[in-house]
Design a protein around this ligand. Structure first.
Ligand SMILES: Nc1ncnc2c1ncn2[C@@H]1O[C@H](COP(=O)(O)OP(=O)(O)OP(=O)(O)O)[C@@H](O)[C@H]1O
Length: 345
């Protein structure tokens, strides 16, 4: 459906997109994630035709879009600030793209009613957009973007300004909706939770390049680099040397999967894989802090050697701040990363 081949965009000599290759299949939802300034919005703008590429090609349905203006690309765009027309009512907003296409009045009315049902705002045609809540405005913006039946729907931080609870609800609804409609979606977000909940595949960007592409499960389980691991919020990363015995790290020798290549690397230990063990059986640590995270308590530990460690403990089993404990590492939760970083002194 969508293919980017070596797409490069430069601003002032700096490549904001650097030879990006990406394929999005029909009916697929792909979420682009990355820190601020990594080029996510620029990627969407290039696909929409709002930003010319300095090199490379964008193909939609196999056709090169070079020279095709935005309104002829058949893509729908929805931005964070949803930019509804304040002087028009809900129906006036949703029908915008249909009127531009010259759709007849009866058909437009039918379609608007159908879309409002779809986004959970049945009968809201005559409401003033200024009187809607943030979440309702978001739904109207979505209905407006879907109205012309774009072959590709692009969302830029679609839920950015909404509060957490509403975002979580809307993400679920969107996923259901896109599944039912069979819409192909390319979305940009900096919120990994949102991306992981919405996407069939996620793309992690760094400085205009793709750092990793995979299903949410693949990326979560096997971050491709220290950058991706840290971006996902994993802090337990240390430099390591893999030998026959395991990974030699500042935390001691950690178990690694069989067949791991020997040599320098970095290792990540997921917080759930840090086990509290009797003091004589593991790496001695002091408990520095405890943070309640719903189902679990995350404790920060200061070991006798190496950087601090995060451990996720079951509710009743978390040690107190100041307590002396020891930890061991579960092999399944140790991930070998190809990149190393100088260990801070
Ligand atoms: N028109 C422009 N002229 C010059 N520089 C630009 C222009 N548009 C974007 N940039 C720069 O390109 C880089 C990437 O911008 P982009 O908006 O694509 O990043 P982003 O990943 O979407 O960031 P954010 O999450 O903050 O929206 C930034 O450093 C930005 O300052």
């Amino acid at each position: 459906m969508l293919r980017l081949e070596g797409v490069t965009v430069r601003f002032g000599g700096r490549a904001v997109l650097d030879a990006v290759d990406l394929d999005v299949a029909d009916h697929e939802t792909v979420c682009v994630l990355g820190p601020s300034g990594s080029g996510k919005s620029t990627l969407l703008r290039v696909v929409a035709g709002l930003q010319p590429a300095h090199a490379g090609r964008v193909l939609l349905g196999g056709r090169d879009q070079g020279g095709v203006p935005p309104h002829r690309r058949g893509v729908g765009l929805m931005f964070q600030d949803h930019q509804l027309f304040p002087q028009r009512d809900v129906a006036g907003n949703v029908s915008f793209g249909l009127r531009v296409r010259g759709t007849g009045r009866a058909e437009t009315e039918r379609r608007v009613a159908e879309l409002l049902d779809l986004v959970g705002l049945p009968g809201a045609q005559k409401r003033a957009v200024g009187a809607l809540s943030g979440g309702e405005q978001q739904r109207v913006a979505l209905a407006r973007a879907l109205a012309p039946e774009p072959r590709l729907l692009m969302l830029d931080e679609p839920l950015g300004q909404l509060d957490r609870g509403l975002r979580e609800r809307l993400v679920e609804e969107l996923r259901g909706l896109f599944g039912r409609l069979g819409t192909t979606v390319l979305a940009v977000t900096h919120d990994q939770g949102e991306a992981f909940a919405l996407a069939d595949r996620v793309v992690v960007m760094r400085d205009g390049r793709i750092a990793q592409v995979g299903t949410p499960m693949e990326v979560w389980r096997r971050p491709a680099s220290e950058f991706v691991a840290r971006f996902l919020g994993f802090d337990n990363v240390v430099p390591a040397t893999v030998t026959g015995a395991g990974a030699d790290t500042p935390w001691g020798v950690l178990p690694v999967p069989e067949g791991t290549a020997r040599g320098e690397c970095a290792v990540l230990v997921r917080p759930g894989g840090v086990r509290l063990v009797p003091v004589s059986d593991g790496l001695p640590c002091a408990v520095v802090s405890r943070t309640f995270r719903g189902e679990r308590v995350v404790v920060r530990l200061r070991p006798v050697s190496g950087p601090e460690i995060e451990a996720a403990c079951p509710l009743g089993a978390a040690p107190e701040v100041g307590e002396r404990v020891a930890v061991a590492f579960r092999a399944d939760d140790v991930v070998v990363l190809p990149q190393s970083r100088p260990f801070p002194a």
